[in-house]
Design a protein around this ligand. Structure first.
Ligand SMILES: [Zn+2]
Length: 215
């Protein structure tokens, strides 16, 4: 497949990522060039489009997206560098049915990952917003895994990959951010908005109660 991507599918991936990037940037989800996004083109062999490193996500240029394989290596000649955390995206595509992955750094997700890090996970329950994560059971509850923010990005990708629970579309990294995904760009966006809503609310409940034991 390398070198044989169709122009149309490449253009679609670029359009999807640019559109999503601007919408999420406008919500304040990509401060200070942080975060990244990806969109899957093929499963076998895995090829996905991912945003390039260190770019302001509030603007669209012709150097925002790169096409990589499962090892995070560009499949076409390019001077651009894929996002430093590209391998986390690759593990998510390999372990789940994700078609789009969104990574954001926000004060709320950093706060929640800090407060619950020792538990290795954060429990979410009793919230109407859980339905936005496609969980419709009565008294539904889910647990989002939290991994340490390893400085070594290879180690960080491996540990994030190991923590993935295919039934829960997110992994938190301690005082860093969230990786969140969906089968397509609409679902991924809905999921990240739901998680950020939930974390913001939980942060307020923790402060209100003076305890992380809020449920
Ligand atoms: Zn990050």
């Amino acid at each position: 497949m390398p070198g044989r991507l169709y122009q149309e599918e490449k253009q679609k991936a670029v359009n999807v990522l640019n559109d999503l990037k601007i919408k999420l940037y406008n919500k304040g989800f990509f401060p200070a060039t942080s975060g990244n996004l990806s969109y899957k083109l093929h499963d076998d062999p895995l090829i996905f489009a991912v945003t390039t490193s260190g770019k302001d996500k509030g603007t669209v240029t012709h150097e925002d997206v790169i096409f990589v394989d499962k090892d995070g290596k560009p499949v076409e000649k390019t001077k651009m560098k894929p996002s430093a955390e590209t391998m986390i995206h690759s593990y998510i595509y390999q372990k789940t049915d994700a078609g789009c992955v969104i990574h954001v750094h926000t004060p709320a997700n950093n706060f929640i990952s800090y407060v619950y890090f020792e538990d290795g996970k954060v429990k979410i329950k009793d919230l109407e917003m859980i339905k936005a994560l496609d969980i419709w059971k009565e008294n539904a509850e889910i647990e989002v895994p939290i991994v340490d923010n390893f400085f070594d990005l290879k180690k960080l990708a491996e540990e994030s990959g190991k923590a993935i629970n295919p039934d829960v579309p997110a992994v938190l990294i301690k005082t860093h951010g969230i990786y969140c995904w969906g089968r397509d760009e609409f679902e991924a966006k809905r999921h990240v908005e739901a998680f950020e809503f939930i974390f913001e609310l939980m942060k307020n409940l923790i402060i209100f109660k003076g305890s992380k034991d809020i449920w």
